[in-house]
Design a protein around this ligand. Structure first.
Ligand code: MN
Length: 501
C-alpha cells in the first residue's frame, strides 16, 4: 500500500491523525435442512415453536447427534476461505443462562475449531486489494428468540431457531477503515453465497456481525484496548457503527481519558453506540468438552472430495473473465461481486457463442457486460429487486443483442425494446416485427434522404471534404429524417461514398 492510500484512511483528531483497527466476528447461518444436532427443520417463518425437537427443547436425557451436512458446509466454507481444515475438532459447552437457550449452555467449539487460518481478498473501489486474515471458523448452535412485545405481562419464547447451525467466522484485526469493514463483509457474503453454505440474508438474521474497534497513532505496532459492537445486521450499520465508535474513542483519548474494554450496542435510529456491559461484567463461560459428543474426526478423503467439487469462486471467476474474455478488472469485479449477476452475464454470453466466434469474444463479452451493468442494473435498482427476480431473462437479453449485432436494430431501439420486455415480456424478435421497429439498412430506401440533405447543404459538404469528422452532422440528420430507423453504419458508408471521402 502506498503512503497516500494509507494516509487517506486515517481519521483526523485535534492531536493529529489516528488509525482505526477493526476485526470482525461474523455469525453465518449454515444452509441445511435440519439443525446442527437435531432433525428439526430450519425453515424460516414457521409458527412459533413448530420446529422444535426434544433435543432443541433440552429435555432431560436427550442426546445431540451431529448433522453431517452442517459439517460438510463448514468444511466447504473453510476451503472457500483458503483456510486450514482441522481433521480433528472438539465441541465444547459454553455455559451461560439465557431465557431462549433451554440447555443452559451453547454447544460451540473453543480450543479446537473445525477450521483454522485462512484469508479473504477484498477489492476496494480505488483499486487497492486488502488481504484480511481469517483467524478461525467454528460451528455452534444458535439460540431461540425472546418476544417481549406480544403480551403486556409476560415475555414469550420462540425456539424455532434454537439449535440451528451457525458458523462463527473470526477475522484478524486487519481492517483499517469503516469502508474496508463493509467491503470485507460484502466479499465474505459473496463467497458464502457462491459456495451455497449460507444465504447471506441479513434481514432475516442469516448473517450478523460483531465488530471490534480500537484506535492508535499511525506507526504504532501494538493494539490498544478495543470495544466490541454486537449483532449488526446490515452492512451499512457495520460501517456507521465502526465510524462512530472510532470517533468516540479518539475523543476520549484526546481528552486524556482511557478506553474501557466493553461490549456495546449500536442504535441505528441515533447512529451511535452505547455501553451494554463492561469487562467486569463479562461472563465466565467455563468451557469444557461436551461429554455427549465425541471429537469430530474428518477423513482426508472427505476433505479432498469437497475441495474437488467446490464451485468457481469470485476471485477465480474474476481472473477468468480478465484472462479469457479480455475484460478489465473493474468490470470483472462488479460482475462477480454478486453470484446471480455473474450467472446472468455468463448465461447471456453463452447464448451469443456464435456471435463471439465471428466478432471476437472481447467485443461480445464487453457488450453483454455493458448491458448487464447498464440497463439491467439500472432497472433492478429502480424497482428494488434482485437479479434472480429480473423480469428480463439472460436469453431475452442475448436475442436483443443478437439483433443489434446484426444491425436489425440500433442501440436506441434496443433500449426501448428492453423496456418493453421488462414490463410486458415477450420475444425481442416478435416485438421488432410487430411494432415495425426494424432498422433500415436497405441503401435504396435511405439514398433518397441522403441525396436530399446533401443537396440542401452544399457548404457543409465542402466542409466535410476538408474535415471528415464533420460527416457526423449528416449522419445525425439522415437518421432523424428516417425516423430513427436508418442504420448509422450504412448511412456513414453511403455518405462517404457520395461526398467522396
Ligand atoms: Mn458465537
Amino acid at each position: 500500500m502506498d503512503a497516500a492510500a494509507k494516509k487517506s484512511k486515517l481519521i483526523k483528531g485535534t492531536t493529529g491523525d489516528w488509525e482505526v483497527v477493526i476485526g470482525l466476528e461474523v455469525h453465518a447461518q449454515v444452509t441445511s435442512e435440519a439443525k446442527l444436532f437435531s432433525g428439526a427443520s430450519t425453515a424460516f417463518g414457521g409458527e412459533p415453536n413448530s420446529h422444535v425437537s426434544l433435543v432443541d427443547a433440552a429435555m432431560p436425557g436427550m442426546l445431540p447427534v451431529i448433522n453431517a451436512e452442517c459439517v460438510r458446509q463448514a468444511v466447504r466454507t473453510g476451503l472457500g476461505l483458503k483456510a486450514q481444515i482441522n481433521l480433528k475438532s472438539v465441541f465444547d459447552r459454553k455455559n451461560y443462562f439465557y431465557p431462549d437457550l433451554p440447555q443452559g449452555y451453547q454447544i460451540s467449539q473453543y480450543k479446537s475449531p473445525i477450521v483454522g487460518e485462512g484469508e479473504v481478498l477484498v477489492d476496494m473501489p480505488d483499486g487497492e486489494t486488502v488481504r484480511v486474515g481469517i483467524e478461525r471458523l467454528h460451528l455452534e448452535q444458535d439460540a431461540g428468540k425472546s418476544l417481549h412485545d406480544q403480551n403486556p405481562s409476560m415475555s414469550l419464547v420462540d425456539l424455532n431457531r434454537a439449535g440451528v447451525a451457525l458458523m462463527e467466522i473470526v477475522s484478524k484485526p486487519d481492517l483499517r477503515s469503516a469502508d474496508e469493514a463493509k467491503a470485507y463483509v460484502a466479499k465474505l457474503r459473496a463467497i458464502l453465497r457462491y459456495l451455497g453454505t449460507c444465504d447471506g440474508d441479513m434481514e432475516k438474521g442469516s448473517l450478523r456481525a460483531d465488530v471490534n474497534v480500537s484506535v492508535r497513532k499511525p506507526g504504532e505496532q501494538k493494539y490498544n484496548t478495543r470495544c466490541e459492537i454486537k449483532n449488526l445486521n446490515s452492512i451499512n450499520f457495520i460501517g456507521q457503527a465502526a465510524q462512530y465508535e472510532a470517533r468516540r474513542q479518539i475523543d476520549i483519548l484526546e481528552d486524556g481519558g482511557t478506553i474501557e474494554q466493553e461490549t456495546r450496542l449500536f442504535d441505528p435510529d441515533k447512529g451511535e453506540t452505547r455501553s451494554m456491559r463492561s469487562k467486569e461484567e463479562a461472563h465466565d463461560y467455563r468451557y469444557f468438552p461436551d461429554p455427549d459428543l465425541l471429537p469430530l474426526e474428518l477423513s482426508p478423503a472427505l476433505v479432498e472430495d469437497l475441495r474437488n467439487n467446490l464451485p468457481e469462486l469470485p476471485d477465480e471467476k474474476k481472473a477468468r473473465f480478465m484472462r479469457d474474455l479480455g475484460m478489465n478488472e473493474a468490470n470483472a469485479a462488479v460482475l462477480v461481486s454478486d453470484k446471480d449477476a455473474a450467472h446472468f452475464f455468463e448465461a447471456a454470453l453463452a447464448k451469443l457463442d456464435e456471435k463471439a466466434k465471428k466478432m471476437g469474444v472481447p467485443r461480445v463479452a464487453g457488450e453483454v457486460s455493458k448491458w448487464v451493468q447498464g440497463e439491467l442494473f439500472a432497472a433492478l435498482n429502480r424497482e428494488g429487486i434482485e437479479v434472480a427476480d429480473s423480469p428480463v431473462s439472460p436469453e431475452q437479453m442475448a436475442i436483443l443483442l443478437w439483433l443489434m449485432f446484426d444491425n436489425e436494430i440500433n442501440t436506441t431501439m434496443a433500449k426501448d425494446i428492453f423496456k418493453i420486455i421488462w414490463s410486458e415480456g415477450g420475444d425481442p424478435r416478435t416485438i421488432v416485427e410487430q411494432r415495425g421497429l426494424k432498422q433500415v439498412t436497405d441503401l435504396s430506401a435511405i439514398e433518397k434522404i441522403v441525396d436530399d440533405i446533401l443537396a440542401k447543404n452544399p457548404d457543409k459538404v465542402a466542409d466535410a471534404k476538408s474535415n471528415p469528422k464533420a460527416i457526423g452532422w449528416f449522419v445525425g440528420q439522415v437518421i432523424k429524417a428516417s425516423g430513427g430507423k436508418a442504420n448509422p453504419q450504412a448511412v456513414n458508408d453511403l455518405l462517404k461514398k457520395k461526398i467522396g471521402i
